[in-house]
Ligand binder design. Structure first.
Ligand code: WTA
Length: 664
């Protein structure tokens, strides 16, 4: 079945940008084709701009696809690139990170602001690396888990680990104890770094309490380092837990830890992410390829310059923060903002105050944030001076043209470059985007633009042929790129199966996409069972397996349905076990259980009780059908459905719910 999409394919807006920077898409395509034809040489040129301890023997080892190795023979260190290089240059006293805590005083001013220079960063990264090596006994190849809020210690620990070749896995501080335990166990983390708490929308998150519960489910962690963020006296386990400030106390301020000369294809980190069915996948990124892609995209996508104030509003717990708060911007020597809390706390103009306070010039944010700002209204923007912003992008989910246009008007003055950068945890960095720092094609509201240089992407139909223009198909990447995953941690077969098998020889992203007649890409959302809640990636599997842990739940199905602000929200359908009654109390109990098991980001929007779930004859839940019924759209092909009455069950449950609402 082919679907033609009613998107504003023909709207083109030329941003105001330096001379000769805006080019016709045909011009871009021609230049782009050349970079793709010679992609090895092209990427070699980008990699040459980094500082390597030893140059590579070969650009790409493609002898064992899809396990590609970029720049084999090369020796490099990400911590060196992000810290030492600037420390050894005029940037030594340049501010690297302006950190702002969430709490405000009576006047609404931030209570805590820290300015961390590259020299400060260098000192702290060295000291922490020293502590990790000398006191915790961590060595190259060991792994640690980091479960911290958005405080400076988070990038510092990541950089210190990277310095030693210790592989780290950051777990988003909105995840629960079970999610944390699963990740610790899979990564076999020897050390857990956490805090005595964190602030989120005026509330304290009890990170240490959550961490303690997760540690009951793992044998790997020998030591827990606790950063005092709140100073609220959490429970510490003798012999296992130690406060960060205490373990650091006797470490001199001038220790130097030589950065390990790591192989280009050594692992830098593991980041767990959700996909189609099964437990979260540990995506492993290399060093040389990853840093090369970040360097390229910092230049092309963000047009980064020394005088910029860069602000990526993501959380470091997700890949966007890894790449575009920690490694990308710091490698480029920028001054950037790191903000601890909610963008609308205590008022909807927190984010606009931050832009004004620090004269942010480059803003990288999400469609969910933009839509919530839009809901609060323009006045929260107008009261602040936004003229410092010269370039912006969004990421994480498709941006609807209305949200694009609104943001472009109220922040972008209808003139600055603005785009929707497509990429994913697996790709390491931005792959499809407008490129104001390279050659910028006219913007189309809602579109992602075109693939970055050196990268060949396409949209295929079900049979693996190029989809017709303006028809929906599957997004694929056709050539290897630096920054691609090394593998799925401890599960290379799954890596091959999930990404390289649907269409042999090409990387399958799992996204629906459309290419228009001008060659622009429009990525429409996930084609699998991933739900994007406010841009956060969650798998139906994680939610469903938490649901069935409730004693009253026999079976459960979760689908993502459209939401005007968050993009998508999870909705659950539950079959109760014999002897349990569908009451409001039970609904709340189950929803709370999910929050506890997966984390508050996974809050179920609605929960319906049903007698049957639509399944195929082989027993697989047909979430596509449930989703269509819930959203009142075309159900499509149901020939594989085992029992059609199950569809009516879903319909009935939704109908009854609406009637209940109507009565209230
Ligand atoms: C979605 C986030 C449309 C997409 C960096 C992808 C987008 C998933 C965009 C990856 C965009 C990300 N337009 N969709 N600009 N950016 N996505 O791993 O569905 O958290 O597959 O990485 O987000 O999410 P992840």
């Amino acid at each position: 079945m082919s679907v033609t999409w009613a998107l504003p394919f023909n709207v083109k807006i030329k941003p105001k940008l330096g001379e000769n920077k805006v080019v016709d898409e045909k011009v871009y395509s021609e230049i782009h084709n050349k970079t793709v034809e010679n992609y090895r040489e092209f990427w070699e040129g980008v990699a040459s701009e980094l500082e390597w301890f030893k140059k590579w023997d070969k650009v790409l080892d493609d002898s064992n696809p899809p396990f590609y190795k970029w720049f084999p023979g090369g020796e490099i260190n990400a911590s060196y690139l992000a810290v030492d290089r600037h420390y050894n240059s005029w940037r030594r006293n340049k501010v690297a990170i302006i950190w702002e805590g969430e709490p405000v005083d009576e006047k609404g001013n931030p209570k805590e602001v820290k300015q961390i220079t590259y020299a400060d960063l260098y000192r702290e990264v060295n000291r922490v690396a020293y502590m990790m090596r000398e006191k915790l006994g961590l060595r190259k190849g060991d792994s640690i888990a980091i479960y911290l809020p958005m405080i400076p210690e988070l990038p510092i620990f990541m950089l210190a680990a990277a310095r030693l070749g210790v592989v780290f896995t950051v777990v988003f501080s909105g995840f629960s104890s079970d999610a944390l335990a699963t990740r610790i166990n899979d990564a076999e983390a020897k050390v857990l770094v956490t805090a005595d708490g964190g602030w989120r929308r005026g509330k304290v998150i009890d990170l240490k309490g959550i961490a303690d519960r997760s540690l009951e489910k793992t044998q790997f962690v020998k030591n827990v380092v606790v950063v005092r963020r709140l100073g609220n006296g959490v429970r510490m386990q003798e012999g296992r837990d130690v406060y960060f400030d205490e373990i650091m106390r006797d470490i001199p301020h001038n220790v130097y830890v030589e950065p390990e000369r790591l192989k280009s294809e050594d692992p830098l980190y593991i980041l767990y992410t959700s996909g189609t069915t099964g437990k979260p996948k540990g995506i492993v990124h290399d060093i040389g390829g990853y840093m090369t892609l970040l360097h390229g995209t910092m230049k092309w996508v963000f047009d980064i310059r020394d005088e910029d104030i860069f602000w990526c509003t993501a959380d470091i717990g997700w890949v966007t923060g890894h790449s575009y708060i920690v490694f990308g911007p710091l490698m480029e020597g920028v001054t950037e903002i790191m903000y601890e809390g909610a963008l609308d706390y205590p008022q909807p103009d927190r984010w606009t105050s931050i832009i004004e306070r620090y004269n942010v010039s480059i803003l990288y944010t999400s469609p969910t944030a933009i839509r919530s700002f839009m809901k609060y209204g323009e006045e929260w923007v107008k009261n602040h001076d936004m003229r410092s912003v010269r370039l912006m992008h969004s990421v994480g989910e498709p941006i609807n043209p209305e949200a694009f246009e609104w943001f472009f008007k109220v922040v972008g003055r209808n003139e600055i470059p603005f785009g929707s950068t497509w990429w994913m945890t697996e790709t390491g960095g931005i792959l499809i985007s407008n490129l104001p720092g390279y050659l910028m094609i006219p913007m189309k509201p809602g579109s992602n633009g075109m693939p970055i240089p050196g990268l060949e992407a396409d949209v295929l139909d079900e049979n693996g042929n190029p989809a017709k223009l303006e028809e929906r198909g599957y997004l694929v990447i056709k050539n290897p790129w630096p920054g691609m995953p090394l593998t799925i941690y401890k599960d290379p077969e799954r890596y091959v199966k999930v990404y390289w098998s649907k269409f042999p020889g090409v990387f399958y992203a799992g996204d629906y996409a459309v290419k228009d007649k001008d060659g622009y890409f429009w990525i429409l959302g996930r084609a699998d069972e991933v739900i994007k809640v406010a841009g956060h990636r969650l798998g139906t599997y994680e939610l469903e397996s938490a649901l069935i842990e409730h004693p009253a739940v026999a079976e459960a199905a979760v689908v993502g349905v459209s939401d005007p602000i968050k993009g998508e929200v999870p909705v659950a359908f539950v079959i109760l076990r014999q002897g349990h009654e569908p009451t409001d109390k039970l609904v709340n109990e189950i929803i709370n259980l999910i929050r506890e098991k997966v984390g508050p980001i996974a809050t179920i929007d609605k929960l319906y009780f049903v007698g049957k779930l639509p399944k195929t004859r082989s027993g697989k839940i047909m979430r596509r059908v449930i989703r269509a019924v819930t959203m009142n759209t075309e159900v499509g092909d149901i020939t594989t459905l085992e029992d059609e009455a199950s569809v009516d069950e879903i319909r009935k449950a939704i109908q009854e719910f609406k009637e209940e609402l109507g009565k209230q």
